[in-house]
Design a protein around this ligand. Structure first.
Ligand code: OAD
Length: 249
């Protein structure tokens, strides 16, 4: 297998990127846990992002997700998303993302595994059928909007994982494979506190795979990562592959 540090074009090398909300922060999407601007500082996550909250107040949950859908549609990929997509010229790249935005895809990445689902897909909460109609645009947040109904009478919900729900089987299995088969795992913009997703970088560490963490703040992963870069994603990722010989020795 070619060495990740000494191969000029990285042919045959697999790089797996594990991303969280921080990679989209410089595009203008708020993270979850920032004390002042984070989404969870503004709403109760267990009300707005749980099946219990959905059953109690679907109109509140739907309105909140429509606004986030608008916000994520209105922003553009940043240099970090673009750098990851450009790595496909040099390596076999898989992106495992906890993000429900589509910024990796819009930047040009071809293998993106959404472990927490996607806010660009919708399905019926009763029969599971996909919902292909356009959802209403919501440029400003409003308190309540009635969700559309499926032909079976169920309510249309976003295809995102809520607290207490299992992760999508297919995406999870592809993500585990992407980590197990990686020659290098780059963990970027995640607080590394939400399981089971946060277990993926730990799996790489346990397998002896080099793990580079990119995050301006320390996380529970920092001490076990091979290298930690206290940098922002859009600054660190564009030159990262070129820095590997220095970073990994
Ligand atoms: P968090 O909000 O928990 O963490 C964001 C991380 O990004 C923090 O560690 C920040 O320090 C870091 N960060 C901020 N700006 C950055 C930048 N410009 N470059 C690099 N890093 C930056 O978001 P996640 O870890 O993604 O789950 O949260 C994990 C899950 O918790 C989410 O997928 C969501 C949430 O509950 C579900 O909705 C199921």
């Amino acid at each position: 297998m070619p060495s990740i540090t000494h191969s000029r074009y990285f042919g045959g090398v697999q790089v797996t990127v594990f991303s969280g909300a921080g990679i989209s922060a410089e595009s203008g999407v708020p993270t979850f846990r920032d004390a002042e601007t984070g989404l969870w500082a503004q709403v109760d996550p267990y009300e707005i992002s749980s099946s219990h909250g959905w059953r109690a107040h679907p109109e509140r949950v739907w309105a909140w997700y429509l606004w986030r859908h608008h916000m994520m549609s209105a922003v553009a990929p940043n240099d970090a998303h673009r750098a990851v997509a450009a790595w496909e010229d040099y390596a076999d790249v898989h992106v495992v993302t906890q993000n429900v935005d589509n910024l990796h895809e819009r930047a040009g990445s071809n293998r993106v595994h959404h472990v927490h689902g996607s806010l660009f897909e919708f399905h019926c909460d009763r029969c599971g059928a996909g919902y292909l109609d356009e959802v209403p645009d919501m440029p400003e947040p409003v308190a309540t909007v009635e969700p559309p109904r499926c032909g079976c009478g169920g309510l249309i919900r976003p295809n995102v994982v809520w607290f207490g729900e299992p992760l999508p089987d297919d995406a999870w299995q592809r993500s585990v494979d992407a980590v197990v088969n990686a020659d290098l795992v780059v963990v970027v913009g995640t607080s590394s506190v939400v399981y089971p997703a946060a277990g993926l970088p730990e799996l790489a560490v346990a397998n002896g795979t080099p793990v580079i963490e990119v995050n301006p703040e320390p996380t529970p992963l920092s001490d076990s990562a091979t290298v930690t870069l206290r940098e922002k994603a859009a600054s660190a990722l564009p030159g990262l592959l070129q820095r590997l010989p220095v970073l990994l020795g």
